[in-house]
Design a protein around this ligand. Structure first.
Ligand code: SF4
Length: 461
């Protein structure tokens, strides 16, 4: 009998990408075939994100499309998994297409839920009832699932994500993560290192350690408190692993000096720090329940630049948070100029159900103003990125090749085994250059001949 085909569509952050990889790996081992095609799939899973309203709207629009397919093929099984599944739970069954609802903290159950739905043609639900209540049994199930099915990222055989902690305890007032992914739990460093060794044996060369506030990782064992720096030292010892990155960092002093020391001292640890600021006004940071001031943030960035030569910084900003005046917004513009980020991600605020901001603050900034501020901030950043990128002209950079570029950046076409390849530097610059497909997954040196704010272009040396 032919294996049943499963299509997995993923929305959202790296955590979700990792969950999708784990689920695909588990289903592959359970005898399912992973398909990139929705139209011929027997099962469609949508891994969802609740961080912004727009992300949820896109899921509903995809469900609308699946409803049409299901009218022609009623035997199609549709599952909604991830943050939105945890947030909405049984409500999602009101949508005609949905057969399975499974929250992020219940993903080990997905193969079982699919088999149940296939056998009985009935709806299956798996969400965590009290998401903020510590649950050692479920933590162990998630840990075992991650260890057993950890593998390289889809289409990037030399790269893998490794989660070192789950959940979040920060409760930033706009953020839904603590309510859908539960309390902060750091994983045992021994398990993390063993997992990294197995990935290296599979040919993985770059590991990205994941956590909502990854620099706050801490695990007490054998009379010692392990922090992120300890994990970086241990993973750096693994032969075959050449680069280690970690995202996302919360602006805090805790363990910061140890982490910077590890970055400066370990050649395998990439000089890249993604540290969201969210805003450049103390008043707004307080309203957002972010536990630092603008000056503190700047001091942390300065310290990183001093101690880790060549470090590149990426940031996140929210525009249009309730009561954001022009003056407050100007604070964000000024912070972007002072930090001189490599790149920033800017998000237009949207209230998320259940968060403090949604309950107690009025979404009083119009879409038009949010759009304008979004574009203004990106324009300021674009100029800075353009200058920083320009400094690479004529220099040679080391790149881990991802594969053929999806966008036609260069004049050369993807033909005669000559492709426009794309890869990234240790500092996370995107580099586009010509080469053969076989270079995917390899380290190469590229001489930069042209730059744009987001991309470096060059030739293999
Ligand atoms: S640190 Fe704040 S923004 Fe980040 S996941 Fe936790 S609550 Fe959300």
């Amino acid at each position: 009998m032919n294996a049943r085909k499963v299509n997995i569509k993923c929305f959202g952050c790296q955590m979700n990408k990792l969950d999708s990889t784990l689920v695909a790996s588990a289903l592959g081992r359970a005898g399912f075939a992973i398909s990139g095609n929705v139209e011929n799939a027997d099962i469609v899973l949508i891994n969802t994100c609740s961080v912004r309203r727009h992300a949820e709207q896109r899921v509903f629009s995809h469900l609308g499309h699946l409803k049409h397919i299901k009218q022609k093929r009623p035997e199609l099984i549709v599952g909604v998994i991830g943050c939105m599944a945890q947030r909405l739970g049984v409500e999602l069954f009101e949508h005609k297409a949905v057969d399975i609802v499974c929250g992020s903290t219940q993903i080990p159950k997905i193969p079982e839920l699919i088999n149940k739905a296939l056998g009985k043609q009935c709806q299956s639900l798996a969400v965590t009832e009290q998401i903020r209540k510590p649950d050692n049994k479920n933590d162990k199930a998630l840990d075992d699932f991650e260890s057993a099915y950890s593998t390289a990222q889809q289409n990037l055989s030399s790269q893998a994500f490794v989660r070192i902690m789950r959940g979040c305890n920060k409760f930033c007032s706009y953020c839904v993560v603590p309510y859908v992914r539960g309390p902060e739990v750091s994983r045992n460093p021994k398990t993390i290192v063993e997992q990294a060794k197995r990935l290296s044996a599979q040919g993985v060369k770059q590991i990205t350690l994941l956590g909502q506030a990854v620099n706050c990782y801490k695990y007490a064992t054998c009379g010692k408190m392990y922090c992120l720096a300890d994990v970086l030292y241990e993973i750096s010892k693994i032969s075959g692993i050449e680069w280690v990155k970690f995202i996302t960092s919360y602006p805090t002093d805790i363990f910061y000096d140890q982490i910077l020391q590890a970055m400066a001292g370990l050649t395998k640890v990439c000089n890249y720090l993604h540290m969201p600021a969210q805003c450049g006004s103390d008043k707004m940071l307080k309203a957002m329940n972010r536990k630092y001031s603008v000056n503190k943030y700047l001091e942390l960035i300065e310290r990183a630049k001093e101690r880790v030569p060549g470090i590149e910084i990426a940031g996140d900003f929210i525009v249009g948070y309730p009561e954001e005046s022009e003056e407050i917004f100007a604070g964000s513009v000024s912070l972007v100029k002072k930090v001189r980020y490599k790149n920033i991600f800017v998000f237009k605020y949207s209230p998320r159900p259940g968060t403090k901001a949604e309950k107690y603050a009025q979404d009083d900034i119009s879409q038009e103003v949010k759009r304008r501020r979004n574009m203004e901030l990106l324009a300021v950043q674009e100029e800075i990125s353009g200058h920083l990128a320009g400094e690479f002209l004529g220099k040679t950079v080391r790149v881990l090749v991802e594969g053929p570029s999806k966008k036609a950046h260069l004049e050369a076409e993807n033909k005669d085994n000559h492709y426009q390849l794309v890869g990234r530097t240790a500092e996370d610059w995107i580099v586009v250059f010509g080469g053969t497909k076989e270079l995917a997954g390899e380290f190469v040196d590229v001489k930069i001949t042209k730059t744009s704010p987001l991309t470096l272009f060059g030739e293999l040396t």
